[in-house]
Design a binder for this molecule. Structure first.
Ligand code: SGN
Ligand code: CA
Length: 512
C-alpha cells in the first residue's frame, strides 16, 4: 500500500460501507463476467504485478487494457476457504468454510447463484475444491478434488470422466466450448479456475526445460532464522527441509531418498501420463537425477539447488497458464466479446517462492496474504488501483456490475467505483485476516490479524498465544517482531483496538 493514499488505524468506515455497499443501477446492457483464477500463483510470477520470475505476456494484456490492484489481499490464505470468501463475499467465520476439509454449504447466497437467478448464464470449469456439489451454475465441469495435471478426471454435471490432455489446456478448451454453446442472448458469468500452478508443479511436456537457462535469485530472506517469531519457526514448509527430492522435485528414488508416503502420490500422478508423454518426462527428469548424483551437494548448496529445481518447475507450469489465458483472450476478441466482458485474473492466494526459506502459503505475511488481481473492464480505468482490496470484494463487484443490489450482510465492497476510476472517500483503511487450518499440513498455527497501510498485527493462538507486530515501512520482509519494543506500544494498542473493531463489524467470534 505504498502510494497514493494514507491509511492509518483510525476512523471507522462510513455508514455506506457499514451498511454494505448499495449497487448503482446499471441501465445499459448487462456486462459478461469472465473470472479466471489460478491456484497458488504468486505475485512474484506475474510480470504485470512487478514479478521477475517468469514473463506472463498474456496475463499482462489484462493489465495493459485495464488495471492492476497494487494492494490486493485474501481473507484466509488457503484454497477452499479463499474460494468460499470469493463466492459469498464474506469472511470464513460467516460462510462456514474455514479449512480445506470443510464442506461448503451451497445453499447460502453466492454471486453465481444470485446472477443465475437474475438471468445470467453461469458456468464453472476447473478447480472447485469445496467438498459439496456446485450450486447456482447452469453448467459445471470440475476437477476431482485437487485435480491432476495429466489426463485429469473431471466431474461434469454429476458424471465422472477422464479427459486426455494437460489440465490447463483442457480447462481453457472446456471454457471456450461452453462459450460457443451458450445462449448468446443472455449475459454470462464464467468461472475458469485452473489447477495450475499448484504443488507438485508438473509442467506440460512442451514446457519441460523452458526455464532451464534461468538462474533464479535466492530471496534475501531464504536463510531466515525466525527469531522472535515462534509460529514461523514451527512451520513445515521449508524448501531445504520439507521439500521432497522425489515427490516435489521428481528425482529418481534410485539416486535420492524421499518420504515413502509421498512417493505413492507422485507415482499415481505420473502413471496417468500417456506412454509418449512419460518418455519425454522421464528423459527430462533423468537428467536432473544425473545432475543430483554428479554434484553430490549438501547443506546450503543443496538447499539452493532445490530452490532452483522448484522454480524451474513452477515457472514452467505458469507458462502454460499464461498461454491459455492468451487463447481465451483471443477467443473473446475474435467473438466480439472483449467489448462487453469484465475479465478478472487472480489466484486463490499468494505463494512463497523461497522467501523465509519456504514454499506454500497460509501465513498472514505479505507473500501469501497478497494475491495477484488484474481486471479489464471495457470503458473502465487503465492503470494502477492503490486502495486495499480483498477477495471478499469480488462478489459485491460482480453483483454491482450486473446492476443487482449487494446483500447487506456481505462483508466485501464493490470495486466497481474503483474500476470506473473514481476515488471514493469512504474506502476501508484496514483489513481483517484469519487462518484456521491447524493441526494441518505444513503445521502453520492458527492466527488472525489486522493490516493497515504501514503496520500489521498478528495473533497466533491455539496451542500457545503469541503476538507479532510489524512496521512494514521499516521492515518490509517482516523479520523484526516489534511486539515487545517499547517504542511501538502506543501503535500496538491502537492496532489491537482496530482488530476488535473489525471483528465487531464482521461479527467474528473470539477464538482461543
Ligand atoms: C495439498 C498440498 C499442500 C498444500 C495443500 C493446500 N500437498 O495438500 O502442499 O498446502 O494442498 O493447497 S500435496 O502433496 O497434495 O501437493 S490448496 O491451495 O489447495 O489450499
Ligand atoms: Ca491454492
Amino acid at each position: 500500500m505504498e502510494k497514493g493514499h494514507k491509511y492509518g488505524w483510525g476512523v471507522a468506515l462510513t455508514a455506506r460501507l457499514l451498511a454494505g455497499c448499495t449497487a448503482e443501477k446499471n441501465t445499459g446492457e448487462r456486462m459478461n463476467i469472465l473470472f479466471i483464477m489460478s491456484d497458488d500463483h504468486a505475485l512474484q510470477a506475474v510480470s504485470a504485478c512487478g514479478g521477475k520470475l517468469v514473463p506472463t505476456p498474456n496475463i499482462d494484456r489484462i493489465a495493459r487494457d485495464g488495471v492492476v490492484f497494487e494492494n490486493s489481499f485474501v481473507a484466509n490464505s488457503i484454497s477452499g476457504p479463499s474460494r468460499a470468501c470469493m463466492l459469498t463475499g464474506k469472511h470464513s467465520h460467516a460462510n462456514g468454510f474455514r479449512n480445506n476439509e470443510d464442506v461448503f454449504d451451497g445453499h447460502q447466497p453466492t454471486f453465481p447463484a444470485i446472477l443465475h437467478e437474475a438471468g445470467y448464464q453461469t458456468a464453472l470449469i476447473g478447480k472447485w475444491h469445496l467438498g459439496s456439489r456446485p450450486e447456482g451454475f447452469d453448467h459445471w465441469d470440475i476437477l476431482d478434488g485437487q485435480g491432476d495435471y495429466y489426463n485429469p478426471t473431471f466431474i461434469c454435471d454429476g458424471d465422472t470422466l477422464r479427459r486426455e490432455g494437460y489440465v490447463t489446456r483442457l480447462t481453457a478448451d472446456l471454457a471456450m466450448e461452453w462459450l460457443d454453446h451458450r445462449d448468446k442472448n443472455r449475459p454470462f458469468c464464467l468461472l475458469m479456475h485452473n489447477k495450475a500452478p499448484h504443488r507438485i508443479w508438473m509442467p506440460a511436456i512442451e514446457d519441460l526445460g523452458s526455464s532451464d537457462s534461468i538462474s533464479f535469485p535466492v530471496p534475501e530472506t531464504f536463510y531466515d532464522n525466525y527469531e522472535q517469531r515462534r509460529a514461523a519457526g514451527l512451520q513445515e514448509m521449508s524448501v531445504a527441509r520439507d521439500m521432497d527430492l522425489i515427490y516435489d522435485l521428481k528425482l529418481d528414488p534410485g539416486v535420492a531418498t524421499g518420504r515413502k508416503d509421498l512417493m505413492q502420490w507422485a507415482k499415481a500422478a505420473v502413471d496417468r501420463m500417456s506412454p509418449e508423454d512419460r518418455k519425454a518426462w522421464d528423459a527430462y527428469y533423468d537428467r536432473r537425477s544425473e545432475e543430483f548424483k554428479e554434484r553430490n551437494l549438501s547443506g546450503k548448496e543443496l538447499a539452493e539447488w532445490k530452490l532452483q529445481c522448484y522454480l524451474k518447475d513452477y515457472t514452467s507450469v505458469i507458462r502454460s497458464v499464461d498461454r491459455n489465458v492468451g487463447r481465451v483472450l483471443d477467443y473473446l476478441k475474435a467473438n466480439g466479446l472483449d467489448q462487453n466482458t469484465l475479465v478478472v485474473y487472480t489466484s486463490d492466494q499468494g505463494f512463497y517462492i523461497g522467501e523465509h526459506g519456504w514454499f506454500d502459503k497460509r501465513f498472514m505475511y505479505e507473500e501469501s496474504f497478497r494475491t495477484p488481481l488484474l481486471m479489464r473492464m471495457p470503458q473502465g480505468k487503465h492503470g494502477v488501483i492503490w486502495q486495499p482490496v480483498q477477495n471478499i470484494d469480488y462478489a459485491p463487484t460482480f453483483l454491482d456490475l450486473a446492476g443487482l443490489p449487494v446483500p447487506s450482510d456481505m462483508h466485501g465492497c464493490s470495486l466497481l467505483p474503483l474500476l470506473k476510476g473514481e476515488e471514493p472517500t469512504y474506502w476501508r483503511q484496514t483489513l481483517y485476516y484469519h487462518f484456521y487450518e491447524y493441526p494441518g499440513e505444513h503445521a502453520v498455527r492458527r492466527h488472525e490479524g489486522v493490516r493497515s497501510e504501514r503496520y500489521k498485527l498478528i495473533r497466533f493462538y491455539g496451542d500457545e498465544e503469541h503476538w507479532e507486530f510489524y512496521d512494514l515501512k521499516n521492515d518490509p520482509h517482516e523479520l523484526q517482531n516489534q511486539i515487545n519494543n517499547p517504542d511501538y506500544q502506543r501503535l500496538i494498542i491502537e492496532a489491537k483496538t482496530e482488530l476488535k473493531r473489525l471483528k465487531r463489524q464482521y461479527r467474528a467470534p473470539d477464538v482461543h
